[in-house]
Design a protein around this ligand. Structure first.
Ligand code: SF4
Length: 333
């Protein structure tokens, strides 16, 4: 009964503005790979296509646990007297983006005035916790060493919030900083937070400037990531300007009659498997499963998480042509 309750369709369905969300921000990298969310699933959503893949019990429960973690953080911030607001909304018509801040915190500055900062709460587990929180100080069982880092998609989302609530938006909308907080569901005392800010080349000096100058476009702003126990670094693979440019492109494609190209594949070809693995973009586990069991890897959204995956791709992994015309599926293969 609990499983049914968590996974059943709600009545009535909410009708929302056909906007894009910060959590689906994406960028096409220099090597042609797209990181972040999928504009194709946004296209299905804003065109009212019925979802073919509802979250199952596992995902529904993860979603609920994520909410519970966030509610716990909010409650603790309230008790500590550092809570200002939650679910603060914004809309930016230039890029058709709307969203809301999880939490806004407050603190008293040395001059006795109050400063405000945003908090985005993410709960993780298992390999997600290793990559985002703990890191791996040295290579282990064929897996390379990793520095803990925010997930690309979470970082992009946070970058948009920082920009939307910057001093340029006007004093009453301004946040001084942003904390991206990860809490492991299986070991909550071991969380980590990242202080994120947007920087251009002009904001950097010393070793940070020396390390990143060559990879930063002069007029663009990138995320500076700071966390306890690790050197700060700038994520130079994508800038906020490139994310906005892609939203602008997405807006243009959506207003034409064309279907946006699928940025991700359900199944990679043999060559793609080798290329992605050699670049460290495919996990050792997925690669071994491919080698030993012929379980063909693909993008995780198309394989497991996208709510339109059976609409977008056939079981074989071939793109479903009716989907380009937004026609409902007739054959269920
Ligand atoms: S199946 Fe993949 S390409 Fe298609 S909409 Fe979903 S995430 Fe995008």
């Amino acid at each position: 009964m609990i499983s049914n309750e968590l996974t059943r369709t709600r009545q009535p369905k909410s009708r929302r503005l056909p906007t894009f969300y910060p959590s689906s921000a994406s960028v096409k990298l220099a090597d042609g790979d797209v990181v972040g969310g999928c504009w194709r699933s946004d296209w299905y959503r804003v065109n009212g296509i019925e979802e073919t893949n509802k979250p199952d019990f596992y995902l529904a429960m993860i979603f609920q646990l994520g909410h519970a973690v966030e509610a716990t953080v909010v409650e603790a911030m309230k008790k500590a007297g550092i809570f200002e607001a939650n679910n603060t909304k914004f809309y930016d018509p230039r890029y058709n983006v709307s969203g809301e801040l999880d939490v806004v915190g407050r603190y008293r500055k040395s001059d006795n005035s109050i400063g405000y900062y945003g908090v985005e709460v993410k709960s993780v587990y298992g390999i997600g916790a290793t990559l985002t929180i703990t890191g791996r100080s040295r290579a282990w069982r064929g897996q390379p060493a990793v520095r803990p880092k925010p997930k690309d998609q979470n970082l992009m989302q946070t970058m948009i919030y920082i920009d939307q609530f910057s001093s340029e938006s006007g004093g009453e909308f301004e946040l001084e900083g942003f904390k991206l907080l990860y809490l492991p569901r299986d070991k909550p005392v071991d969380g980590r937070y990242y202080d994120i800010s947007l920087v251009s080349i002009d904001d950097l000096s010393g070793p940070l400037l020396a390390r990143h100058r060559a990879d930063m476009k002069p007029s663009n702003r990138y995320a500076l990531i700071e966390t306890e126990g690790h050197d700060s670094y700038v994520e130079t693979r994508f800038s906020i300007e490139e994310m906005y440019a892609r939203f602008a492109e997405q807006k243009e494609i959506f207003s034409s009659d064309k279907a946006p190209p699928r940025p991700f594949k359900k199944f990679y070809t043999d060559d793609e498997v080798e290329r992605l693995y050699s670049l460290g973009k495919l996990s050792k586990t997925a690669y071994t499963d491919w080698e030993n069991n012929k379980k063909r890897p693909g993008h995780f959204l198309c394989q497991s998480y996208c709510n339109y995956r059976d609409y977008c791709y056939k079981k074989s992994g071939a793109p479903r042509l009716e989907a380009d015309k937004l026609v409902q599926i007739t054959e269920k293969e």
